[in-house]
Design a protein. Structure first.
Lengths: 459, 202
């Protein structure tokens, strides 16, 4: 029977069929970050369990660490104890920990592909909903809660109910100024924030095949914003070239065996999808959110829509926007370029490409937060940091920073921020902060112009 | 995990759609926190605002929340469930839930019940109109909700999740009984996919 990419990975990981669609799944890799990791490791030892496979567990602090240049683990005092606990538990249990300042450290969903921890055909979990990012390499990766994480650490398995298959095909060619971020925001705007609930989503079509690997990670990152725990792109030559030579990628004879396995993973031509959608890539404009849910999104050259529900009304009020007015030209106070969505080298290059001889507009605070220590070093080797600094941006240390504001860094109440992150929820970037989600190029343009700006007209 | 069998009590209407876990508990409250004592921070960004239903005196101790579409979407933070439990909430009735939140509920003995929005709205109206004596009963064994007007409305729930809630089962202990099957799967997989193991095993 014809199978999807998802079917193939799911079925090959069933340790026990538990009936009614439930299975005990083997989990090939576990990622821990500072907030979920220290607590989970403590819980399982407190309950008298042992770590099943420490060699399959990888940890990195990212959420509750300062991103101030020159930071130490004490700079954000609120997270210092959590990080200290993570270090102790990592040592006790023998898991790998990539600590601050070490190559490999960074946002958990940035470092995992970067090190080749995640590979096509693997199952991977993390106590973080954006684990779906890792599906960009063709893995089955999803976020879980604290109790499920304890279960995985103690057993290397997880009880899950099999989701249904959804495919979203992006056909055609993206127009200049349009990115993977705009593709997924447009899809969420079209289908809604709960459309993917209960589904594993595969992104396919010629426009997805044409995306570089880092852009595929961005695409999959926002799957959870459409309700889907799992988002994935079939592995292909782009994937294989990206992974070759990475620290935990297979080598030698293992590489050849892996490649044979990976090439058989893509969905069969006749495979059945319970839902199958098609979007025309060439019709997608640069996107920006106007409200407090990622589905409240419009093309940057559109007007703020008329409210259709109490939710819309509350969002307009929170965001301080007026229906019917063009969103372009709205004054901006903050810009954040970073997060597991858009903090990779290609994202920073896209932002830098907007600079020219311009400077950050007066009154705008603009942050660049590279996604990992390695990205930071690569960007610095290429001189990107000097260009950002000269233009008036702040060049920070790697971490989640203003995406989740768990580290004492926050957008002030009432301030308007164009952000490359993934959630525009009420208070997400700080109590009272107003978030507009957009691509790195759009964010950089907003920083330089001081207002929400259409990148296509920013010459 | 706390058992869940039958619950009778007030239902607090919170009929907004897309109530995300950031709204239930801001992340700042979960840095360095444990699983307890979080109820005081529940929905803190909405407290004291005129239209926030959970502030109203008659619903403060409600063990049931009557919610809108996609309740618990967003972040995987289980702290959202710990917060609701610490507020005294043992059941959320909504037309749909965020996937990860839905799983997290079952891990803690909080029952998520899916019902059509029309019934939830009617129950919310009944709670609003009542002088304080209206009650909702959620019976997990019988898989039904008894509305304030006495109608028994059936709901669907996974058999294994229902059994786990009724008995307060420890899933880790249950899975460890399958240790041999897990070891056998791993041995087979190491032979079939050495490339998935060799680079990381030590």
């Amino acid at each position: 029977m014809a199978k999807t990419l998802f079917d193939k990975i799911w079925e090959s990981h069933v340790v026990a069929d538990l009936g009614e669609g439930w299975a005990l799944l083997h989990i090939d890799r576990v990622l821990l970050h500072d907030l979920s990791g220290a607590r989970a490791l403590t819980e399982i030892t407190d309950r008298g369990y042992r770590l099943a496979r420490p060699d399959l567990v990888f940890a990195t602090p990212d959420h509750a660490v300062s991103t101030l240049p020159g930071r130490t683990s004490e700079t954000f005092a609120g997270g210092a104890r959590t990080l200290a606990n993570l270090r102790i538990k990592a040592r006790e249990t023998g898991i790998r920990l990539y600590d601050l300042g070490q190559p490999g450290n960074g946002i958990v969903h940035v470092m995992a592909p970067e090190l080749g921890i995640v590979l096509p055909g693997l199952t991977l979990v993390c106590g973080d909903s954006h684990t779906c990012t890792n599906g960009g390499v063709g893995a089955l990766a999803f976020g879980i809660g604290a109790s499920e994480l304890s279960h995985v650490l103690a057993t290397q398995t997880l009880m899950q109910r099999r989701p249904r298959n959804m495919r979203i095909r992006f056909e055609g060619t993206l127009r200049p100024g349009v990115t993977a971020k705009d593709m997924i925001l447009a899809a969420i705007g079209r289908y809604g924030t709960a459309a993917g609930t209960g589904y594993a989503v595969e992104y396919a079509g010629s426009a997805v095949r044409a995306l570089p690997l880092e852009a595929r990670l961005t695409l999959c990152n926002l799957s959870i914003e459409m309700g889907a725990k799992m988002g994935m792109v079939a592995p292909d030559d782009v994937t294989f070239q990206y992974l070759a030579g990475r620290e935990f990628a297979p080598r030698g004879a293992d590489w050849a065996a892996a490649l044979a396995h990976w090439q058989a993973l893509p969905s069969d031509r006749e495979a059945h999808f319970d839902q199958d959608h098609r979007l025309e890539a060439g019709e997608i404009a640069p996107q920006i959110t106007w409200g407090t849910s990622p589905e409240q999104v419009i093309a940057v050259d559109a007007a703020v829509p008329q409210p259709r529900s109490a939710n819309d009304l509350a969002a307009l009020e929170y965001m301080g926007l007026e229906a019917g007015r063009p969103i372009a030209g709205t004054k901006v106070d903050w810009v954040f370029i970073g997060s597991c969505t858009n903090s990779r080298l290609s994202d920073l290059e896209a932002a830098a490409a907007m600079l020219g001889e311009r400077r950050v507009a007066p009154g705008v605070t603009a942050w660049i937060v590279p996604g990992s220590e390695t990205i930071k070093r690569e960007a610095e080797a290429a001189g990107l940091h000097r260009r950002f600094l000269a233009a008036g941006f702040e060049w920070r240390e790697p971490g989640c920073a203003l995406c989740v504001a768990a580290n004492g860094e926050a957008v002030p109440s009432g301030a308007r921020c164009v952000s490359t992150s993934n959630r525009n929820f009420v208070g997400r970037q700080g109590t009272g902060a107003r978030t507009h989600l957009a691509s790195p190029a759009m964010a950089a343009a907003a920083a330089l112009a001081g207002v929400i700006t259409d990148v296509r007209e920013f010459g | 995990m706390e058992k869940f069998t039958t619950l009778t009590g007030l239902g607090a209407p919170l009929l907004w759609s897309n109530v995300d876990t950031d709204m239930i508990i801001p992340i700042q409250r979960l840095v360095g926190s444990g699983r307890t004592g979080l109820g005081q921070y529940g929905f803190e960004r909405f407290r004291g605002k005129a239209d926030f239903p959970l502030d109203r005196a008659q619903f403060k101790a409600a063990p049931i929340i009557l919610a809108g579409e996609n309740f618990g979407c967003g972040s995987s933070r289980e702290g959202a469930v710990w917060t609701l439990m610490d507020m005294g909430v043992r059941c959320v009735i909504a037309p749909s839930f965020g996937d990860i939140f839905h799983n997290n509920c079952f891990q803690n003995g909080l029952l998520p019940v899916r019902l059509p929005i029309e019934i939830i709205r009617r129950m919310a109206e009944a709670m609003e109109e009542s002088p304080g004596n209206a009650r909702i009963t959620v019976d997990l064994a019988a898989k039904q909700v008894i509305t304030p007007w006495g109608e028994a409305v059936p709901f669907a729930v996974d058999a294994r999740k229902r059994e786990a809630l009724l008995s307060g089962l420890d899933e880790v202990a249950q899975t460890l009984q399958l240790a041999e099957a897990i070891a056998a799967w791993q041995a087979r997989d190491r032979a079939a996919r050495p490339w998935a193991w060799a680079p990381v095993s030590r």
